[in-house]
Design a protein around this ligand. Structure first.
Ligand code: ADP
Length: 226
């Protein structure tokens, strides 16, 4: 019965996801269809094309995030140090940070320690979390990234000074399509949880309203010949 139970749980998650995807894609499709119809009828306003474009972008971002999930998880695990990876991710988001008046500080210890990982997937996780941190600070602020080794785990914590999350909402994090953002997909944290899980790691979010949020990811340190 346990196995059965587990299977039916899986089914309901898949069902929930499928329903969510259908919903996320149906809305922009309806709007694209409507505006195309307007244009066909001779109302060829330029703004209609703008709307169509942004609806297409929305579909694309939902599909892109799902592609990450669809990829097989355990193919390309290699031992890597996290410090260059974090530097690369910060580099990628630097422009976005500057535009939003956000300063990113790094305090990296244990730079020699490695984790067995699928590098691109971990990058994806840190990008999601840093973007969330930037988006949470509408009037700017600081993000601190800390890397440290605690016994046989490597811990990365990303702390922001943003709007924070209140207690009842914190339970919803990681549920597919839970978002409070106008242009959010609500997929970032769910995908991040899945990726960290596939790496035998843990992800913990703690937050206080108007004070900020800390996301802590811990991963097992790679030991050769283990
Ligand atoms: P999205 O960013 O598309 O909304 P996520 O799954 O990444 O999707 O995040 C879900 C929700 O969690 C966000 O809409 C936001 O309400 C909340 N959240 C995530 N990270 C933070 C953060 N650093 N500060 C405040 N709220 C956050």
């Amino acid at each position: 019965t346990e196995e059965l139970l587990r299977k039916s749980e899986k089914l309901s998650v898949v069902g929930q996801l499928a329903a969510g995807v259908a919903h996320e894609i149906r809305n922009p499709l309806t709007s694209i269809r409507g505006f195309t119809q307007f244009i066909l009828e001779g109302n060829d306003k330029r703004e209609y094309f703008q709307t169509i474009l942004s609806e297409l972008d929305r579909i694309q971002s939902v599909v892109n995030e799902f592609l990450v999930l669809a990829k097989p998880q355990a193919v390309n695990f290699t031992p890597r140090s996290l410090s260059p990876l974090l530097h690369q991710v910060v580099e990628l988001l630097q422009t976005e940070a500057i535009v939003n008046n956000v300063q990113i500080t790094m305090e990296l210890d244990a730079t020699a320690a490695m984790v067995n990982c699928e590098e691109n997937q971990l990058k994806q996780v840190f990008i999601h979390i840093l973007k969330n941190a930037i988006e949470a600070m509408s009037s700017g602020g600081c993000i601190t990234i800390q890397l440290q080794q605690i016994e046989d785990t490597l811990s990365v914590s990303i702390q922001d000074q943003g709007e924070g999350i209140d207690e009842e909402r914190i339970r919803k994090l990681g549920e597919p399509f839970y978002t409070t953002k106008e242009k959010g997909t609500g997929l970032g944290l769910m995908i991040s949880y899945k990726i960290i899980q596939a790496h035998q790691g843990r992800m913990k979010i703690s937050s206080q309203r108007n004070m900020g949020t800390t996301v802590e990811i811990s991963l097992p340190v790679y030991t050769p010949f283990a």
